[in-house]
Design a protein around this ligand. Structure first.
Ligand code: GLU
Length: 295
């Protein structure tokens, strides 16, 4: 059985300890399985990438400094727009003119921070679409037919979620994350996906789309986030959370903290951490407090 995972940083900020911990977990799972670990830079949001000059280079340097080596060339989403265009053309879609506000008013309460789209624009007539196009550029949504889909996560088990008519192309013409991630995972032959557990609720939607585009959904490993004092996902405003902020810690020190937080003990090299992996690959994947990690 092939085992191919990928790490997919968005070069819109530096990697913080939570990102690095997830990267370490994915690297360990892949290497322990004798598999590959690919690198994909998710740089489709041109404005946010431009606002963080040099972030891609720092992301890759930080990963390499911890010994998290990837296979093959770095893949960049900004260089693969034709693939996304072809995928959209092969799917049942419709134009959506709703504003965020309109969606908030017509949909049910958000679930895990995500508001399922109620399908308002699915039934617009050609004349209505024509009229709306004059007021705002449409987003393109997939017509999911109200599916629900179950994914397999090595820690969370079977997770079922509703698949709404999610956005494939944004109103500004940019391909949406949920589309690009699926197209790329299929194209890159990804069989396993390790990432932060803030994305667990997106997995059913993405796995469903994988099937629609002729791929086989991956097995997931969603890793708990590193959280701040309020129990929220770590952010830049939380202070010293990137390697650049922690010059007093060597890469080996950071690796020891991260591997300790995964329940593997304070391993100072990736080889040591690999040797500490349990046979069934079920290491500790829960959330951890940044405070505890940096002590
Ligand atoms: N680029 C996404 C992020 O940085 C990760 C997407 C994924 O792993 O599916 O949060």
């Amino acid at each position: 059985m092939p085992y191919v995972d990928r790490y997919a940083p968005s070069p819109t900020s530096d990697l913080h300890l939570g990102n690095l911990r997830t990267a370490l977990a994915g690297w360990l799972l892949a290497r322990h399985a004798g598999g590959s670990w690919l690198m994909r830079v998710e740089d489709l949001d041109a404005d946010r990438v431009r606002a963080a000059p040099g972030a891609e280079r720092r992301n890759l340097t930080d990963l390499a400094s911890l010994g998290l080596t990837w296979d093959g060339d770095v893949v960049r989403q900004s260089e693969r727009l034709d693939l996304y265009r072809d995928a959209v053309a092969s799917l049942p879609t419709y134009e959506c003119f709703c504003t965020r506000r309109e969606i908030a008013e017509t949909s049910s309460a958000p679930h895990d921070g995500y508001r399922a789209y109620p399908g308002t624009c699915r039934t617009l007539t050609a004349a209505q679409r024509e009229e709306r196009r004059a007021t705002r550029p449409p987003a393109i949504r997939v017509d999911s037919g109200g599916a629900s889909y179950t994914v397999e996560d090595i820690h969370a088990g079977r997770v079922t979620g509703l698949v709404d008519d999610f956005v494939l192309v944004r109103g500004d013409g940019a391909f949406a994350y949920n589309l690009a991630v699926v197209v790329d995972d299929i194209d890159m032959g990804v069989t396993h996906i390790t990432r932060g557990d803030d994305l667990l609720s997106s997995a059913p939607r993405q796995a469903w789309l994988t099937g629609k585009l002729g791929g086989t959904p991956a097995t997931y490993a969603h890793i708990g986030l590193v959280v701040n004092g309020e129990g929220r996902r770590l952010a830049k405003r939380d202070g010293a959370v990137t390697l650049a902020d922690l010059p007093h810690l060597s890469p080996a020190d950071v690796l020891a903290q991260l591997s300790g937080s995964l329940g593997l003990g304070p391993c100072r090299t990736t080889e040591e951490a690999l040797a500490a992996m349990p046979g069934d690959q079920r290491f500790f994947s829960g959330s951890v407090w940044a405070d505890g990690l940096l002590r």
